[in-house]
Design a protein. Structure first.
Length: 75
């Protein structure tokens, strides 16, 4: 049952109109912080997958590396 809701290939978001939507990978995000040398603030990236750390924190997989989701905003 859980895997009908949770997936590594999509996330659930609420859009600006309050509608629940599923975004499938790859989806576009913009970095809000610098993470040299791989991530530049203001630059768009494609999220290849969504995973969770052992501490149960969500990460986006971008170019094979994991980054916390709060470093980005969805475009």
């Amino acid at each position: 049952m859980l895997f009908k809701i949770v997936s590594t290939t999509s996330i659930l978001v609420i859009d600006r109109n309050g509608i629940l939507k599923r975004l499938h990978c790859p989806f576009k995000v913009v970095a809000v912080v610098e993470m040299p040398p791989h991530i530049t603030a203001g630059v768009s990236y494609l999220v290849d997958a969504v995973k969770m750390t052992l501490e149960l924190k969500e990460v986006y997989i971008i170019k094979g590396k994991g980054y916390y989701i709060w470093y980005f905003k969805i475009v």
